[in-house]
Design a protein around this ligand. Sequence first.
Ligand SMILES: [Cu+2]
Length: 294
Amino acid sequence: MTNHLKQRSQQQPSTIRRASRLGTALTGVLLLTGVAACGDQDSAPQAQAEATVARPKSEIKLSDTAVDMPAQMPGGLVDVQLDASPSTKRSHHLAFFRRNDGVSVKQLEKASDAEFESLVTYEGGNAQVNAGASQALTFDLDPGNYTVIDFDEQQNMLIGETTVGARTQGAAEPTAKGTIKLGPGMKITLPKGFDGSGVWKVVNDDPSLPHEAGVGRLAPNKTSADAVAWAKDLNGPPPIETVGGFGAISPGHQGWVDLGPKQDPGNYLVYCALPGSDGVLHLAMGMATEFPVN
Ligand SMILES: [Cu+2]
């Protein structure tokens, strides 16, 4: 895993590099979630009665030395607040990996690129949090054992561990302005009126691949085609700067991200910079959709 990530970090400028790491690290929670939620709703009266349950909250403190996270987290929908210490000198990009049953932390650390994806479920993550800043996310976590990796720009990793317990039954989904659909295939579908601010739901509709929803600002006079072309060889300055997003999630999974206040006017992209098994970034295969901020 380490080599896999390092390799990408050396190739990619920091903004995309970060998003890609996020994507890789963060994906993976919602397949089971979606299935469970459907099952729960089979009993309509019960589901209605339970819909008043508040979503549980978890806080993760980020510093230069540790990922300070709860040893146990609730399963299902959970609001997660990432708070970066004002004194931290690194950026923080977290990825939540649920280790498949029986997979140890050591196995993950030793895994090759090809092995890694078969050992985990991508459960989501953030794009980047810097010193003194916070990020609000809502995950839909599958119960199990997790390795949470906090990457900085140089691909240094801080590793946290947590155990995710049973799903909170009846917790309501966050109120979102719409849903960003990842896949199927190298396609991102933005909801009508998507403006890159506020709370958005992200779902992975791909049958087999993890995807992320990075949000980036295009450099002046650059287009999504320029970003796609750049992602093919990563030569020269990136035409896009990451401003937020939700990390990688496995097929059938979902999450929510608060993209914050309105961005500066300009042209933006929602993109996925996860690498495929051949190392080619999904972005290079056209996985980006442009939107304006007026
Ligand atoms: Cu993708």
